[in-house]
Design a protein around this ligand. Structure first.
Ligand code: FES
Length: 72
């Protein structure tokens, strides 16, 4: 029977918080990989991953999601 894994309690835990209309906040020792599987370095305990597609520092959020879209 398949089950949804539950989080452990040690320091290696990673949590991902979905911000409404914003990034995914990744806390913990997560490895972030590019589409080819190469690690993307970062030196923060918490990183914000863009999910709106407007960032200029992909895959990280640069707060561009806060800007209102212009009408075409
Ligand atoms: S979620 Fe922040 S720039 Fe995309």
């Amino acid at each position: 029977m398949n089950s949804i894994p539950t989080a452990g309690t040690d320091d290696s835990d990673v949590t991902i918080t979905v911000c409404p209309d914003g990034p995914l906040l990744v806390r913990g020792a997560a490895r972030i990989l590019d589409p080819d599987g190469n690690p993307i370095g970062h030196d923060r305990a918490t990183v914000a991953l863009c999910r709106c597609g407007r960032t200029s520092i992909a895959p990280f959020c640069d707060s561009s999601h806060k800007r209102k879209r212009r009408r075409p």
